[in-house]
Design a protein. Structure first.
Length: 318
């Protein structure tokens, strides 16, 4: 009898600690990332290479976490993730096509992500309208799209010149060594975060179901389109900057929810902070575990994210 009030009081305290601990962890990981490297503590190296790379990791991680959060609200599925559901694959195909055609990679990646997201919503439109659990259909639809885009990316790689093939493969599995435009990714993450915060009431209502959201006065179709565009653009910009890095959008929102953060208003700023911390930590691990050899950060994230995905799938996506 007395345990329920104690648990209710403990949740706000846990959230308050999280609001402080998560930003501090970002600063701590960033500081360690700047100091660790094969060249040691070199100020010139920090300014020229490590600083931009750490900033790019923070921006890309924040965008991927926001994309996952938006997709989970759009599809009403906690297992939704731009990598698992094929959005990152579509962005990668678009970026490779843009690279071959001499067009800006960011434009191609955004277009590919929008196409992949639109196809997913089209394939799962009946599941989205259903009031019951649509997880199996959504996951299968996303897995099918991911397989198709993976095959297209492989075909495009066969047309890539030999002198660029190794770099293209490394980029496809996620690579921050050549990531640039860190300022653009960070600015975009801030804008997407503010946009989700501005629509937090509508998103919370949408999570109750499309019928409930409609009865509460929400323009469901417009809100879904806004979430689709936001998730696709965020994933596209992240892929254009660092390749296809998976599971950030799955792990971060789920970890925050397990910590007691449920409101979109809180998740909209905590998720990008957590995504930045997670990807910076994964990048630090990829640079330091086999120094001076550098591992693809996408492979490191997959080793972390795939078991988490299996765990949540075994729990029924709850």
């Amino acid at each position: 009898m007395g345990s329920a009030p104690l648990m209710t009081q403990a949740l706000p305290a846990r959230r308050s600690r999280l609001f402080v601990a998560l930003p501090l962890s970002v600063l701590a990981i960033a500081a360690v990332s700047l100091m660790v490297g094969s060249a040691g503590l070199d100020l010139e190296m920090i300014q020229a290479l490590r600083g931009p790379r750490v900033a790019a990791a923070a921006g890309v991680g924040a965008l991927l976490a926001l994309s996952g959060l938006a997709m989970q609200a759009l599809l009403r599925n906690p297992l939704a993730d731009p990598y698992v559901l094929g959005t990152s694959g579509g962005a990668a195909v678009g970026a490779l096509l843009a690279l071959m055609l001499g067009v800006a990679m960011a434009l191609g990646a955004a277009a590919g992500a929008l196409v992949a997201g639109g196809l997913l919503v089209l394939l799962a439109r009946r599941a989205l309208a259903a009031s019951d659990d649509a997880s199996p259909r959504l996951i299968l639809s996303g897995a099918m799209l991911a397989a198709v885009f993976g095959a297209l990316a492989t075909l495009l790689l066969t047309l890539t010149p030999d002198q660029r093939l190794r770099g293209a493969i490394f980029w496809l599995v996620g690579d921050l060594s050549g990531a640039d435009h860190a300022g653009a990714t960070l600015a975009a993450a801030v804008l997407f975060s503010l946009a989700l915060m501005a629509r937090h009431r509508g998103i919370d209502r949408l999570l109750l179901g499309s019928e409930a959201a409609h009865l509460l006065g929400e323009p469901v179709r417009r809100l879904r389109m806004e979430l689709l565009v936001a998730a696709s653009l965020a994933a596209g910009l992240a892929v254009a900057s660092a390749g296809a890095i998976g599971f950030v959008g799955l792990v971060v929102p789920q970890a925050l929810r397990l910590a007691g953060v449920q409101r979109t208003r809180d998740l909209a700023w905590l998720a990008p902070v957590g995504g930045a911390a997670l990807l910076m930590a994964a990048d630090l691990l990829s640079r330091s575990v086999a120094m001076p050899i550098e591992l693809p950060v996408g492979a490191v994230m997959a080793l972390v994210g795939a078991p988490v995905f299996i765990f949540f799938l075994a729990r029924g996506g709850r």
